[in-house]
Design a protein around this ligand. Structure first.
Ligand code: GLA
Length: 391
């Protein structure tokens, strides 16, 4: 669907600002007092740009479609590359940050764009933990700590893809015994499903042959106004969390679970992400903004509400539901504008947010946090849904 706007104001700048939703290329033609702005709707990247056969396993791009929305996933890191949903005017909008070719995923500094992260999402203090009396040492890659699995986490592995239908894709990964220091051969299966109600559902399954720890999540960076369309600080966020886990200066939880009431971490009512981001608050300083695990309120539903976010310009509303006990809300504080993302954009500072449904960071070292142990003979199962609507 190609849309063109015809206006006779003769002020190109105003029209461009008003029409550019960030994920689209716009072209203009000017006559004396008429400006025509053609908006090219967001499109999926070219699959051919995701074929790489130089490594041991080939990479590819898989497409999911439901008639209103489309998603693209690569088997490199099981990453969600694109997710195109209609905005309030029906305009197709790509709401996740990503690259339009495999080379950038392989060679740009790792930002975890769209990836499945593991074996342990988020941080483990000093790269050490004890399980059943045995001490394990992991690769460290974030100052003194291990982040998102270590030097080569699941985000940098090549998964085996199996397209089940137009709407569903399964991806498999074997994380071998000792990989990055974790015990046990861990077989992981992730299923992405794009339902008819514009929900992207992510189902996780894992088994192990030795006791291990596991915290697996999706690390998509969302901008509901369209990826690359500027700050997310005006998006309105609601988190179903009365408490959060404060951190030390290296972003390791202190072990305390503290109420959000009276702090800039209180998103129980819909609040602009940036409304309190410059408050004089030690936790915001440690996180360089929001980069914290929220303790989700218990729910009677199997998939409890985690978050609702609204794009201030697009009217796109994202609702996140999960069976996990926490969600890491990361406000893009480490985005630097140096990576060339889709549609000729840059990954500008705080131009996307992540809602990583998960167990709490550093749980293997915090006996009071819910356990992340997986034993042989057990099957880990977990689901998260990302539902898109407009308002
Ligand atoms: C997570 C972490 C952040 C950062 C991002 C990726 O959200 O908590 O500190 O590492 O991933 O840049």
């Amino acid at each position: 669907m190609n849309r063109s706007l015809l206006a006779s104001f003769g002020v190109v700048a105003v029209l461009l600002t008003g029409c550019d939703n960030g994920n689209q290329a716009s072209t203009t033609t000017t006559t004396t007092d008429t400006v025509v702005v053609k908006i090219v709707p967001a499109a999926l990247p070219d699959s051919a740009a995701f074929r790489d056969t130089t490594g041991a396993q080939a990479t590819a791009l898989y497409i999911l479609k439901n008639g209103h929305a489309q998603a693209a996933v690569t088997n490199y890191g099981a990453r969600l590359v694109s997710l195109i949903v209609p905005d309030k005017t029906g305009n197709p909008t790509d709401v996740v940050v990503g690259y339009d070719n495999i080379n950038n995923y392989l060679h740009q500094p790792d930002t975890y764009f769209g990836a499945i992260v593991g074996r342990y999402g988020n941080r483990i203090a000093k790269g050490h933990f004890k399980l059943n009396g045995k001490q394990y040492t992991l690769a460290t890659n974030d100052g003194p700590n291990t982040l998102h699995g270590g030097k080569k986490g699941f985000d940098a592995g090549i998964w085996t893809g199996k397209q089940l239908s137009d709407k569903s894709l399964q991806l498999f990964y074997l994380s071998t015994d000792g990989e990055e220091g974790y015990p046990g051969n861990l077989q992981v299966k992730v299923t992405y499903t794009l339902t008819d109600s514009n929900t992207l559902r992510v189902d996780y399954e894992a088994t192990t042959d030795k006791a291990t720890v596991l915290n697996i999540t999706n690390h998509s960076y969302f901008n509901l106004n369209g990826q690359g369309s500027g700050t997310i600080n005006d998006h309105v966020l609601q988190l179903n969390a009365d408490a959060y886990t404060p951190v030390d200066s290296t972003l390791i939880p202190t072990g305390k679970i503290e109420p959000v009431a009276g702090t800039p971490f209180d998103f129980r009512q819909p609040t602009a992400i940036g409304a309190r981001i410059n408050d004089n608050n030690q936790q915001l300083k440690f996180g360089h903004g929001y980069d914290h695990n929220f303790v989700l309120n218990k729910s009677k539903d199997s998939l409890g509400l985690a978050a609702i976010v609204q794009g201030d310009k697009s009217g796109i509303v994202l609702t996140v539901r999960t069976d996990q006990p926490g969600v890491q809300f990361y406000g893009g504080n480490f985005m630097k504008g140096t990576n060339p993302i889709k549609a000729g954009k840059k990954d500008d500072y705080r131009s996307a947010f992540c809602l990583e449904t998960q167990h709490y960071p550093d749980s293997p070292n915090e006996p009071s946090f819910p356990s992340t142990e997986l034993k042989p003979g057990e099957t880990f199962r977990s689901s998260t849904t990302f539902t898109f609507a407009t308002k």
